[in-house]
Design a protein around this ligand. Structure first.
Ligand SMILES: [Zn+2]
Length: 418
């Protein structure tokens, strides 16, 4: 088995690594067989210098020929395609511990280029290229046997359609969605009922439909009112919480992971509707745009224990801040409300005469030295919360991990068309 990985074969002007990989596969058809679906691998979402999405593609191939010539051929095509691509390749088992560790690091931290290249070289792997090299090398060990995974069916536009508005029928997306068991992921917004499968901008992607069962995704082609030029189906670490490892040590900017914290005060709502949740020496930001995630954070109180998944950004007033992508409620503090006592004569709520001076009833004139009463509020906050627009790696709360995968040899035409 040869694993061939490509990253950053794209640019802000258009193009996309998955689209390039589909073209590469087409040119390899007849000379190579696939031993797995092409793999769409998402890495650390906190990396700011990514082009859209920070995705790499890995091909597991049965290929007659030299590793180095395959690498050179892929790199030459990627360079012609655009961007600053990186290509990496390794023969044999790609899930050796060193490469696996590199993959996990690239999901949650910043991996220096020399660390990635020396790890690969020590195992006999090859690499070539620029900015995309780290992502390509780190992705080689993705989706090992037993890893949770999902699928995405991607449709690409005809060149003459680029620049025009995409045509994807939201009503048809909803109809297809409704006719399938609950195995699709975020192909429409439950709030606006608009399809969310098509990107904006000059991207060659017409639409990408995500779900747990590859066979069902083809049905979404019924929702396309624009003729695609090409389709390809990918296996992916998207929506698996692959980056949800505990953050440890110093919280460095551009790292990602989970952190448990106990609220040291009630959340603060700042201008714009964003919510700041403070723990001991750390803050978590819940942006207004995250919808239900932001709403859930407003219901927290001092003393609550939560787990936050997110990306660490630069310190604010000396304190590291996590941009929240997910919230788990671990333990709720008792929320208490202190009230003035009721009047023993007429039952109205009394007013205070000042500290230690008792209470007076405004209605019947009763005065007394009764104490304040404390009531406990019942709180119904439980479970997990995710943003309205589900980030690429975040697992929706209802989705169960899917770890079974039966590898088989596939012809390129099975996963690529027309
Ligand atoms: Zn009274």
């Amino acid at each position: 088995m040869i694993s061939l990985a490509v990253d950053s074969a794209d640019s802000y002007g258009g193009g996309c690594t998955t689209h390039f990989s589909a073209l590469l596969l087409r040119s390899l058809a007849g000379r190579a067989r696939l031993l797995d679906y092409p793999l769409l691998v998402r890495l650390n979402p906190a990396i700011p210098w990514k082009t859209r999405g920070n995705a790499a593609v890995v091909l597991r191939l049965s290929y007659e020929g030299k590793l180095s010539s395959l690498l050179e051929e892929a790199y030459e095509l990627a360079r012609q395609y655009g961007g600053d691509p990186g290509v990496a390749a390794i023969e044999g088992n790609p899930w050796r511990p060193e490469l696996r560790a590199l993959y996990h690091k690239a999901l949650t931290a910043v991996v220096p280029k020399d660390v990635a290249t020396s790890t690969l070289e020590a195992l006999g792997g090859l690499w070539v290229g620029g900015k995309g090299v780290v992502g390509a090398i780190a992705s080689l060990a993705a989706l090992a046997p037993g890893d949770d995974h999902t699928y995405e069916l991607l449709f690409y536009r005809r060149p003459e359609a680029l620049g025009r508005e995409r045509c994807v029928d939201s009503r048809r997306v909803l109809q297809v969605e409704a006719s399938l068991p609950g195995i699709t992921i975020f192909n429409y917004s439950p709030e606006t009922l608009e399809e969310t499968a098509s990107p904006g901008g000059p991207d060659p992607v017409l639409a990408g439909f995500r779900g747990d069962v590859p066979g069902h995704l083809a049905r979404f082609s019924e929702a396309l009112c624009e003729e695609p030029a090409l389709w390809a189906i990918f296996r992916s670490n998207q929506h698996t919480d692959a980056h949800a490892a505990p953050l440890t040590g110093e919280l460095r900017p551009y790292s990602a992971g989970t952190l448990e914290l106990e609220l040291v005060e009630d959340p603060e709502v700042i201008p714009g509707g964003h919510v700041i949740v403070r723990g001991e020496g750390v803050e978590a930001a819940f942006y207004a745009e995250t919808g239900v995630l932001n709403e859930a954070s407003r219901l927290l109180v001092k003393g609550d224990r939560v787990r936050v998944l997110g990306t660490v950004r630069k310190r604010r007033r000396g304190v590291p801040v996590i941009n929240a992508e997910k919230l788990w409620i671990l333990e709720l503090a008792e929320k208490k409300l202190e009230l003035n006592p009721r009047c023993p004569r007429c039952g109205s709520r009394m007013e205070s005469l000042g500290r230690g001076r008792g209470f007076r009833c405004r209605f019947c004139g009763y005065r007394g030295l009764e104490g304040k009463v404390t009531i406990s509020l019942r709180r119904a906050l439980t479970g997990e919360f995710t943003p309205r627009r589900l980030p690429n790696l975040v697992r929706p709360p209802w989705r169960r991990a899917q770890r079974e995968f039966e590898p088989r040899t596939m012809k390129v035409e099975e996963i690529l068309g027309p």
